[in-house]
Design a protein around this ligand. Structure first.
Ligand code: MG
Ligand code: ZN
Length: 367
């Protein structure tokens, strides 16, 4: 009798231990909230551009490692069809504004971006782009100007906060300015390593980095940009992850959009595959780190691209285009990591900012 009670007790304890071990395993794959967010924007990357790249790559892309998908509405405050300034501002700051406006609402008041909130909350921050770093998409996360064409004013806004890493084109907007102020000297004075060569940029492992890879825009991948985007992503992740409190990094594949404007299928596909290699860097980091949320989306679709033929074996794609501009269609949001489930459903582009704030656990300055 006594031994059977003892045996039952032992069995019960082992069972309880097993149950708690198993449930613990289930809960601990990801922490509840991410320490880091990597936000990747494929400019002009509708689902067709993505599938064209997937077809060329024989039916597979790195982005397929993501676990959750949602859809976002891209229209701006003054247009059914957004531009990259209004959509960038919407995603960065949660405010619908007019086309052409960077980091301001429709009254001209500055709106605070998720990158600026991250900075204020002690996180490390970074921006990467295959266009000029002063172009509309990256600018929306750091600048506040009434017109996206004010590149030199946008460059000056990079000096107003303590961004840790930025890599992209646009050196001219910092160095060859109408006001003849050399912002590179100002950056150096603030402790940045300012480098103009990708080889040197990739060797930086800590500290603040301003990496200028072109006078204005980087060349297309097909014209010799090489692996600038995935290498810049890896370099930034290595530097930013040294901050124990976490980081926010935005990575833009800018030129999928330019291929779309040109109705140039080979331009679109090559930029799409390059962006997918940057996505791989982000997902590899997140899978290893387990405290990192990866969110991938577009600011809008470009070209009204449709696929009227393709072959997974040869990788051949036949496309038609309905426009040489942007289109009004919703674009997918792909996510992976702690908080990824927040990004499912159908919502406004401005909700991306709200979701970032929620998963980070940041408080707004004002309602
Ligand atoms: Mg862009
Ligand atoms: Zn465009």
């Amino acid at each position: 009798m006594k031994t059977s009670i003892l045996r039952n007790t032992v069995v019960l304890i082992i069972t309880l231990l097993l149950v708690s071990f198993v449930s613990d395993k289930n809960n601990s794959e990801f922490t509840k909230k991410p320490r880091n967010i990597i936000f990747l924007i494929g400019d002009g990357m509708g689902i067709t551009q993505l599938y064209a790249g997937m077809t060329r790559n024989h039916g597979k892309l790195f982005i397929e490692e993501i676990t959750h998908v949602g859809l976002q509405k891209t229209y701006s405050a003054d247009s059914y069809i957004t531009d990259s300034a209004a959509s960038g501002t919407a995603m960065a700051s949660g405010t619908k504004t007019n086309n052409g406006v960077i980091g301001q609402d429709t009254t001209g008041a500055a709106v605070k971006s998720i990158l600026e909130y991250a900075e204020d909350n002690g996180l490390a921050t970074g921006l990467i782009s295959t266009s000029a770093i002063t172009h509309a998409t990256p600018a929306s996360f750091i600048a506040h100007v009434e017109n996206r064409g004010l590149y030199e004013d946008i460059a000056a806004d990079f000096l107003k906060i303590e961004i840790d890493v930025f890599i992209g084109g646009g050196a001219d907007h910092f160095m060859h300015r109408k006001d003849s102020v050399d912002l590179v000297e100002v950056l150096k004075g603030k402790g940045y390593s300012v480098l103009f060569d990708m080889e040197q940029i990739t060797r930086v492992e800590k500290g603040k980095l301003a990496g200028f890879t072109a006078d204005v825009h980087n060349p297309p991948y097909l014209q010799g940009r090489n692996d600038m985007l995935p290498e810049a992503t890896r370099t930034a992740l290595n530097i930013l992850s040294k901050n124990r409190d976490g980081f926010f990094l935005m990575v833009e594949g800018s030129q999928i959009d330019w291929g779309g404007h040109g109705n140039d299928t080979e331009y679109i596909i090559s930029e799409m595959l390059d962006f997918d290699r940057a996505i791989k860097e982000a997902l590899d980091f997140a899978m290893n780190d387990k405290n990192t949320l990866v969110v991938i989306t577009a600011d809008h679709e470009t070209g009204g691209m449709s696929l009227i033929g393709g072959d997974f074996k040869s990788g051949e794609v036949t496309a038609n285009y309905g426009s040489t501009g942007h289109t009004g269609v919703m674009v997918p949001v792909y996510s992976y990591g702690p908080g990824a489930e927040e990004f499912t459903g159908i919502y406004e582009n401005t909700d991306l900012f709200e979701k970032f704030m929620k998963v980070y656990g940041f408080k707004k300055d004002r309602e």
